[in-house]
Design a binder for this molecule. Structure first.
Ligand code: FAD
Length: 670
């Protein structure tokens, strides 16, 4: 077998599904020398995941491609609950909003995974030379633990094999409709077969030495198996079929998201999609086995359709066009470890599997690597300390555990038979189902994520893992504990929660009066941000406070200057943004300290850093101060991490605390 030259890279990503592509996107934005490989010869073209949460759209917006998704996707506005009445006929019993009004500027949408992957690929092409290398399989993995703490080392060695076309093409169950069985939980993993086939086969191998590696290689993760990590949890005996069809039906809510429970025939989830498609998630009671892995060869699109017809009776349902179908058995499991030495990480389905009905798999998987990518980027670029990498497991494993716990409750309620009356204990209470469904809407939006106390989140709490190994106990607001952990002042901004993502409201650009959702300025470019709520700049005392704050930040030995390479622009590691509450007409941008609108010899002043909470000509008043819960006179200061999660809140005078926040994370550059 021909062996290609050995090579080195900063980051090797195994698997180009949603988690892998998100990791690659961060690598592109942080300028890493990264590679992303996938054993499959092609991307996903149809089927698979389709639900995108509000938070995923916010993340896409921070990378600049949410508009493409927003335009192409089907928007989900209302959920209808259908349950059997006293005589067993299904009836609409409730309508609830699909996204809780006001929680985000984006509502939940659906668009199939193949399109989402396309947007990622286009973005990679625009920002980097990173290309998905398809038909490439890792076959050996080794890590030199003795070098794990050496910033410059390449402790990971991976042997890659380049597959032939036939090996890289997934087997399709049926000939005329593409199916997802090769990736469903009922399919056997083929990685071992491919590795075995490699013996004596034509092709090439190569050795890659990497600083970091992320296993985004799905539920059967090869990377996880090489590390010997375990999945903890259980396999359920619910089997679900999925049909993507253009339905021909007299069911009145076919263009609504519906949860339909029948008396005895199981349940259906209806998800209206783009291009007149509708996805049906159907519980296949007739092929359910108890505890054993089911035989997928017994499942066909026709069986899935018949099950749906029974549940939705007396309404009629048929189709002429089927876009995709699959079947799966729900496993609810979380990985026991998400990282080896903070050098090799696992993300996405490789560390959590659960039912797809809550629409979380793709979202949570992408959000795993959204949490991790910038951390690796900053460490590789010599900007941040390696200890921040510990927060990946402490932050994301808890989210995965919450997801499994939620999925457990939701699946049981969704898959169970409706109770006949209050005395029917074996049945499911439909009012409990509605309550859990509503709770699930908040959870599913991705906006309930609330990271615990760590070196990146300076809040009171008893987080299991501080990242830097320090002990954290509940503390008073604005104080520190005995080991020097920092706690910000939450009460200064009641609706900007430390540990949660920075919310967005409309503000106006001071220089040109254009209205913006403020989060549009929190781009995913690897920079921390200091957001100064400058308060009422018309008040002389307050103006002085803001100017003094600017002078402190601009001092040669300030943390900003210490953490920024002298050859780089002052805002290249930490960007400062200002929102003030004085009338726009009564403030002159250039009266503010220069650090709030830095000067560049070639392009002049920066006009995109100072904003005002004022009435716009055409789009009303964002009432940002009121919505953020910040005092309009005195304001406050907020630190947002590169992923927009809030790290610290304090007064304009708390520059020392900010210094401590950044000193724990960033590496001095002088
Ligand atoms: P995957 O998407 O599984 O990607 C893993 C990638 O790694 C694949 O491209 C694979 O080819 C590659 N790979 C695997 N092993 C190797 C190896 N050894 N070497 C190299 N490459 C390898 N989620 C939602 O959010 N919403 C939904 O509505 C939804 N519906 C779903 C419906 C169905 C029918 C199914 C099956 C899943 C659904 N999901 C949904 C779940 C969602 O598809 C997954 O959770 C999501 O794709 C996980 O992303 P990932 O990147 O972690 O893994």
């Amino acid at each position: 077998m021909v062996q290609l030259q050995n090579s080195e890279c900063d980051l090797l990503i195994v698997g180009a599904g949603p988690a892998g592509l998100m990791a690659a996107t961060w690598a592109a934005r942080c300028g890493l020398n990264a590679r992303i490989i996938d054993k499959r010869g092609t991307k996903v073209f149809n089927g698979q995941a389709d639900g995108l949460s509000s938070r995923s759209l916010e993340i896409f917006d921070s990378f600049g491609f949410a508009d493409r998704v927003w335009k192409e996707s089907n928007h989900l506005l209302e959920i209808c609950l259908w349950n059997p009445d006293g005589s067993g006929i299904i009836r609409r019993t409730d309508r609830i909003p699909d996204t809780i009004p006001g929680i985000s500027r984006f509502q939940q949408v659906v668009l199939h995974q193949g399109r989402i992957e396309r947007f990622f690929l286009d973005s990679l092409e625009e920002y980097s030379d990173i290309e998905v290398e398809r038909g490439v399989l890792p076959v050996e993995l080794d890590i030199d633990h003795s070098k794990s703490e050496d910033y410059d080392a390449y402790p990971i060695t991976v042997k890659l094999r380049h597959l032939g076309d036939d090996e890289a093409t997934p087997f399709q169950h049926s000939t005329n409709v593409s199916d997802g069985l090769f990736r469903s939980s009922l399919a056997k993993d083929d990685t071992d077969d491919l590795i075995r086939k490699s013996k004596g086969k034509q092709g090439t191998t190569e050795i890659v030495r990497a600083k970091y590696m992320i296993g985004c290689d799905g539920a059967h993760s090869w990377t996880r198996r090489q590390l010997g990590f375990q999945m903890e949890g259980e396999q359920t005996d619910f089997i679900w079929g999925v049909l993507d069809i253009i339905p021909i039906t007299n069911f009145p809510d076919i263009r609504m998201r519906c949860a339909i429970h029948s008396v005895e025939s199981g349940s259906v989830m209806v998800i209206p999609r783009e291009n007149k498609l509708v996805r049906l998630y159907i519980q296949l009671t007739e092929v359910s086995s108890t505890g054993q892995q089911a035989d997928r060869s017994t499942i066909t699109p026709d069986i899935v359709l018949k099950a749906a017809q029974k549940i939705m009776s007396p309404y009629k349902l048929s189709y002429d066009y089927c876009d995709w179908w699959t079947a799966y058995q729900i496993g609810q499991r979380v990985g026991n470890k998400f990282s080896c030495d903070e050098r090799i990480f696992l993300a996405g389905d490789a560390v959590h599997t659960h039912s797809p009905k809550a629409g979380q798999g793709m979202n949570v998987s992408m959000q795993d690597t959204y949490n991790l990518g910038w951390k690796i980027g900053l460490v590789v670029n010599g900007i941040a300390k390696r200890s921040i990498l510990k927060t990946y497991q402490s932050e994301r494993r808890r989210i995965a555990q919450d997801l499994i716990a939620f999925d457990h409750r939701f699946s049981r309620l969704f898959s169970g038979r409706p109770a006949k009356d209050a005395a029917d204990e074996a049945g499911i209470s439909m009012s409990e189902f509605k309550d859990v469904f509503e709770e699930g809407i908040m959870f599913g939006s991705g906006l309930a994520v609330d990271y615990g106390a760590s070196m990146l989140v300076a809040k009171a709490g008893d987080s299991a893992d501080q990242g830097d190994g320090a002990d954290v106990r509940p503390l008073l607001n604005g104080h520190t504990n005995g080991v020097g952990n920092l706690v910000g002042k939450q009460d200064l901004a009641s609706n900007i929660k430390m540990g949660k993502r920075f919310p967005s409201f409309q503000v106006l650009n001071q220089a040109d009066a254009r209205p913006w959702h403020f989060a549009q300025y929190l781009k995913s470019d690897g920079r921390f941000r200091i957001i100064i709520f400058a308060g009422n700049l018309k008040d002389t005392q307050q103006f002085k406070r803001v100017q003094t704050f600017g002078e402190n930040l601009a001092k040669p030995d300030s943390f900003i200057n210490r953490c920024t390479r002298p050859t780089k622009p002052i805002d290249s590691v930490i960007e400062i943004l200002v929102i003030h509450s004085a009338p726009r007409w009564e403030v002159e941008l250039l009266d503010l300290h220069e650090i709030f609108h830095p000067f560049d010899k070639k392009t002049g002043w920066d006009y995109n850093k100072v904003f005002v909470d004022d009435l716009s000509y055409h789009e009303g008043h964002g009432e940002a101060y009121k919505n953020y819960g910040v005092d309009e006179e005195r304001g406050c200061v907020v630190i947002a991490r590169p992923d927009q999660y809030v790290g610290w809140i304090g007064e304009l005078e708390d520059v020392g605390d900010m210094d401590r926040y950044f000193s724990r994370i960033l590496i001095p550059q002088a």
